[in-house]
Design a binder for this molecule. Sequence first.
Ligand SMILES: NC(=O)c1ccc[n+]([C@@H]2O[C@H](COP(=O)([O-])OP(=O)(O)OC[C@H]3O[C@@H](n4cnc5c(N)ncnc54)[C@H](OP(=O)(O)O)[C@@H]3O)[C@@H](O)[C@H]2O)c1
Length: 285
Amino acid sequence: MTNEEMVAVGVTRFGEEPRPLRVPVRAAGAGEVLVRVAAAAVNPADVGMVAGTYPWDEPVRFPLVPGYDVAGTDAATGEPVLAFTAHKATQAGGYAEFVTLPAELVVPLPPAVDPVAAAPLPLAGLTAAQLLDAVGEAKTLLINGPGGAIGSLLAQLATERGITVVPVTEPGPVDAAVDVAGGAVARAAFDRVRDGGRYLTVVPEFWVPGGPFTGERGITPEVLAVSYDREQLAGLVARLAAGELVARVGAVLPLHEAARAHRIVGRAAGAPRVSGKVVLVPGDR
Ligand SMILES: NC(=O)c1ccc[n+]([C@@H]2O[C@H](COP(=O)([O-])OP(=O)(O)OC[C@H]3O[C@@H](n4cnc5c(N)ncnc54)[C@H](OP(=O)(O)O)[C@@H]3O)[C@@H](O)[C@H]2O)c1
């Protein structure tokens, strides 16, 4: 620990609204980086974290600070960085002024890249890149939420690879379909896959063996769980910096308004609909 304190946003028990808390700044140990956070993206998983439905590897340590994606600077060097917090394993959250992470999870960010524009990239970008790898040789691909974080990045990466991304409204079978939405539209996407084609989902409600529907017509539903790949993240950063990839941001809120961000991302009754990622910024930015 250092003697310093910081503002982080989190909960002291499941079910609370995330709120600003004063917590110690944990000094970086050997092989770690202390990141000064400039922007933290809000993901659907963060909403499940504070609700207590998220599947951590170990019992949760409170206060629980959510947040998978951060852009900022290495506090020791001042160099811009982007990081994936690997919350499932580290329980280190990005909704804070600082986060201490294994160096492996931190990649350089070219100084010209706005941290707000980069913050949504790690979780959604890695998931999209790994979905693309899993889709394999498909010539046509249907994504049932092409406007969402993962969906829009996957659509960009697939198009770049020469795969035709077929609109949901266009009839006809496709070689592969990716479910990023769940619910009834998951089944609808499955039904669009040609016999023997590929079907993948990333939605947590399907993380049960076989999912709620089983294979048929030579199609085996597959569940993809993202894994961290530093080289892949660095490649995504390079594309973002070159303007070849855009992670759309729909709203930028101060860190202390994380509860409002969670209502938006969690699609709470009465919350405004935001298209694109919600990004939290500490301080007065
Ligand atoms: N497996 C993994 O490793 C992994 C990794 C990251 C995320 N995830 C999961 O992947 C999912 C998507 O994440 P994301 O960050 O891309 O979320 P997001 O930005 O909120 O995108 C979700 C997309 O799904 C669409 N959608 C949601 N409900 C729908 C419905 N009932 N009917 C039609 N479309 C619907 C949304 O469309 P509209 O906005 O137009 O409604 C949006 O395009 C989440 O469940 C998240 O927890 C899984």
